[in-house]
Design a protein around this ligand. Structure first.
Ligand code: SF4
Length: 204
């Protein structure tokens, strides 16, 4: 299958790319991440994705536009709670939807068989929400979503990224997640969230 693989960064691609190749798929990377801030961090992650692609001979399509203002506009105008999700979760859903929708459109217009994302390797993302969003986008755009839960390979991918000496980012991407990462007032909340995530993983 000819798959357009959305890449959120270089390190997260380290497991999905060889895994999909070992299954016989033809992979093209697609870097579209308007959620990464500030500008220096965006450039660093973009450069790292290109470095990884070059090291593993992966074709990579990149969108170099830095869209801080558009992201903030969307994040700060999310409608009030009508769906039972808290504000952080609604922001993340918007963020997943924007990136996956753009990937699906590009895949459709350029005759790929399906689209997917390296985001599905991360135990820190809201996996079920992303899956649901991707399935809906697949139907709306009219192109298959290739789903695979890459999370069992997260540790292996992390080791590969260390072996390849790739830059590893310390926070998810947006300026809100940067605050959550470094602000003391968020530390407790973050620890609790991570603990709940790992417990959920271990109970599967
Ligand atoms: S925390 Fe991550 S997934 Fe959520 S909005 Fe920010 S960059 Fe996007």
């Amino acid at each position: 299958m000819n798959i357009l693989l959305h890449m959120c960064c270089g390190p997260c691609a380290c497991y999905p790319v060889p895994k999909l190749r070992s299954e016989g798929h033809d992979i093209t990377g697609y870097f579209f991440n308007p959620n990464i801030h500030p500008y220096k961090e965006f450039k660093h992650r973009l450069t790292t994705a290109q470095e990884y692609a070059q090291k593993v001979d992966l074709k990579l399509i990149v969108d170099t536009n830095y869209q801080l203002r558009d992201f903030l506009q969307r994040a700060l105008t999310i409608e009030k709670n009508t769906d039972g999700l808290n504000l952080d979760n609604r922001r993340c859903r918007m963020c997943y939807a924007w990136r996956l929708h753009q990937t699906a459109i590009y895949a459709k217009e350029n005759n790929f068989d399906a689209f997917s994302s390296t985001l599905f390797v991360s135990p820190y993302q809201n996996h079920e929400m992303m899956k649901d969003v991707a399935q809906k986008i697949s139907q709306a755009v009219g192109i298959p979503f290739f789903y695979e839960d890459f999370r069992p390979g997260f540790a292996e991918g992390t080791q590969t990224s260390i072996d390849l000496e790739l830059y590893r980012q310390p926070y998810c991407g947006c300026i809100f997640s940067e605050e959550e990462r470094y602000s003391n007032s968020f530390k407790k909340k973050r620890k609790k969230k991570l603990k709940a995530l790992f417990n959920e993983q271990n109970n599967k």
